[in-house]
Design a protein around this ligand. Sequence first.
Ligand code: PLP
Length: 398
Amino acid sequence: MSLIRDLTDEEARAALVLKWGETEPGVLPAWVAEMDYAIAEPITSALRDAVDRGEVGYPAFVRSGGKLGEAYAGFALRHFEADVPPDRVLPTADVTVGVRIALEVLSERAPMVLPLPAYDPQHGLGRITGREQWDLPVEPDADRYVVDLDELDRLFARGARTLLLTQPHNPAGHVHTREELEGIRDVVVRHGARVVSDEIHAPLVLPGAEFVSYLSLEGTADHAVAVVAASKAFNIPGLKCAQIVTGDDATRDRLVEIPMAQNDSWGSLGVVAAVAAYTEGDPWLAALVERLDQQRMLLGRLLTENLPQARMRPLEATYMAWLDLRAYGHDDPAEVLLRGGVRVSPGQAYWPGLGGHVRLNIATSPERLTEIVRRMAAALTGGRGGGDDGGASGAPPA
Ligand SMILES: Cc1ncc(COP(=O)(O)O)c(C=O)c1O
């Protein structure tokens, strides 16, 4: 039996207070990146034990490594064959905060390059860190999500100093290959620029692709950090504990020395959960990847049958499918789908001004995914059905 347990609608509404709680009853939530699965048993046990012993005070100071660093280093070695010294792993509240701190502390106050589409909160990071954001659109119709190196070169030549990389990519679902990353690195090094690599989705690489951390490439240690977390793969983002991985001691020391108020808000229970996930979560993660692989195949079949004109970028990692629905003639398909009983994320959130695209979260039961696509087809093609059937979402098997 799989270790992945589908939440019933009632359980999901109680557990996922944003994804389900902020979606009208009767509408199927397929938007924010949370999964409709119960969290892994080793994590719940570790959290219960921590609460029982009252470990809810401030987390320990971490100047380097600690339990969390050891746990992440072990995970990175087992899963990515990456050699991460535990004392180069620093805690932070979440990945978005870690990326912001890396920009504020390590990057010159100069424009930051953001490849589009980009995870929506990344769009605010330039503004709040006092840097201009220079967009680098990645051709939405290309078969592969490949950063245009000539354009990157031009942006750095014009004065950009940092690239915000997302590897694997949300919402494109792309896993950059070693060669692609090396191409990016060569341009960055030529300009003496920096990279902040958001690698939150690294554990969610699906069969057929291989994760390479930007930081594991030769010649990146002095100009890059990776920001990682157990939160996305293990469905625990509310616990607030991510990690900044530095490539050398000097960068680590610069981050350790920042004023406390700039990085003091990770949580004790987040540390407990992350350590449990990294050290005891492998079997659950393997089952999750197997389920997500099945879900992406199911989505492919459902689209072929119900929405044959939809184009889906190959989903190499993550559980968010980036769909081009322009053939159905709606500029804002997310709005049409909401009226049809499915809540997805609008493409414009990731690429302001881009019409006709949505991001669909497939981390749910096969029954719900089937119903989601049925409703999408009805809404987009003006057919029957879609959200007016009392909200039955197809309860997952017990
Ligand atoms: C690329 C990327 N970065 C960061 C986050 C958010 O992470 P956190 O909740 O740790 O800030 C997400 C969430 O889906 C994401 O997709």
